[in-house]
Design a protein around this ligand. Structure first.
Ligand code: GLC
Length: 414
């Protein structure tokens, strides 16, 4: 039995992922060697021994980290939840743990609990607080999983009982309600082991959602591959984790920043196929957020401020029979939103069966003319006149109120 999806998640659609840890100090480079993989994997990919890697903790003193500023940024971008890496594969935890002293509180000059700071900030600004926890891989623990290595010679269940279960218990008992526990890379965890975590999480916090990467189909929703958007509407709740550049953890050489329009179009596609979009930032080791991430999120926020209605609370649409290229749809009860990606003078659409009742520009309610006609081939058609686009506007959204709750696309007749 699947857990009922929480309304905040179902309706919220858009969240902020934060990848932060000791790897953030390195920015993708260690002792003159650069990683060519995602930056938070540097310990693994450059094969840095745990005893050596651990020494990084003595440089972790993020004086400019500002949990409230990060949460305000998420809110400004129109995001409804935040997910922080409480412990990534490197094994270092960003909170006060009794199960291991390898934490931001015990092992660093900083000495503070990052999870607690972010939890408080989320509470203050009304965002749901979620945590990422790497339940299977822990490169600091010789008994945990490590990509590229088999389970031979490892006692995974000892890692599970001595570190993973106690730490998850701490996270779910010490920081108030946790909206979501984002588990990752289950690797060779058995069904029983994943089940044990599932039972524990739901026992401690029945309302805490669990990501698909708990493994064995036990998640409350499906998690896609990183940056992978399903090509079709998907019948179950799902979430797409996505980067703003090409890495999760901070990498100073990664300049592949996505534009706000690219991000927004991905968000629209994800939402229209029934999913949520979890977009990442990778703060630097000193706690600052790369400026490019800040500016992109602010730009996304300008769109969301005016057009958020076309994202929040929407549900998957059936597959539209044409690839129109210039736009995309989202929808909720009795409304069809047409996202117009190009600066056009009119939007012409075929095969929408619903009767249009009212048509307007979503950002300001400006009424628009919609002409309905049956084509010579017998298909229904809508012709909507579009006003000139104002400078700086990325995408315009047209709202069409329709007869009937759900959008119905007709099959192509010709
Ligand atoms: C991957 C990676 C990881 C990243 C995650 C985000 O599975 O192992 O580094 O945290 O995806 O989706």
């Amino acid at each position: 039995m699947k857990n009922e999806m929480a309304k905040w998640w179902d309706d919220g659609k858009f969240g902020l992922f934060i990848h932060w840890g000791l790897y953030s100090l390195l920015g993708g480079e260690y002792k003159g060697r650069k990683t060519d993989n995602i930056a938070e994997w540097i310990m693994h990919d450059l094969d840095i021994a745990p005893e050596e890697y651990r020494q990084l903790a003595s440089s972790f003193n993020p004086t400019v980290f500002d949990a409230e500023a990060i949460v305000r940024l998420a809110k400004q971008a129109g995001m409804k939840y935040v997910v922080l890496t409480s412990k990534h594969h490197e094994g270092f935890a960003l909170y006060d743990s009794q199960a291991s002293s390898y934490t931001s509180v015990q092992a660093t000059p900083y000495g503070k609990d990052v999870v607690a700071q972010l939890q408080k900030a989320c509470e203050k600004y009304g965002l749901v607080f979620g945590l990422y926890y790497s339940q299977a891989q822990d490169w600091d623990d010789p008994n945990a999983c490590r990509d590229g290595f088999s389970e031979e010679g490892r006692d995974f269940s000892s890692y599970l009982t001595k570190k993973c279960i106690p730490q998850i218990t701490e996270l779910l008992t010490g920081y108030g309600p946790i909206g979501l526990l984002w588990l990752d890379t289950p690797m060779y965890m058995t069904y029983e082991q994943s089940r044990t975590l599932h039972t524990l999480i739901k026992k401690l916090q029945p309302n805490c959602l669990i990501s698909g990467r708990i493994g064995h189909g036990l998640g409350d929703y499906m998690t896609t591959g990183d940056n992978f958007i399903p090509a079709l509407p998907y019948p179950r709740p799902f979430e797409v984790p996505a980067t703003i550049n090409s890495t999760w953890g901070y990498n100073r050489s990664d300049t592949g920043w996505k534009s706000a329009s690219k991000i927004l179009r991905s968000l629209v596609k994800v939402v229209s196929r029934g999913g949520n979009y979890l977009l990442n930032i990778g703060p630097r080791g000193d706690g600052s957020v790369p400026e490019q991430s800040i500016s992109v999120l602010k730009e996304v926020g300008l769109f969301m401020e005016k057009n958020g209605e076309s994202i929040y609370g929407t549900r998957a649409l059936p597959l539209y029979p044409y690839d129109i290229g210039w736009g995309y749809f989202t929808s909720k009860k009795g409304k069809l939103y047409i996202h117009v990606f190009e600066d056009k003078t009119e939007a012409y659409l075929l095969n929408i069966a619903n009767k249009p009742l009212r048509c307007y520009r979503l950002s300001d309610g400006l009424p628009l003319t919609l002409k309905e006609r049956t084509t010579c081939e017998g298909d229904s058609s809508w012709l909507i006149k579009l006003p000139p686009r104002e400078a700086g506007v990325i995408d315009e959204v047209i709202c069409v109120e329709i007869e009937g709750d759900d959008v119905v696309f007709e099959p192509i007749k010709g």
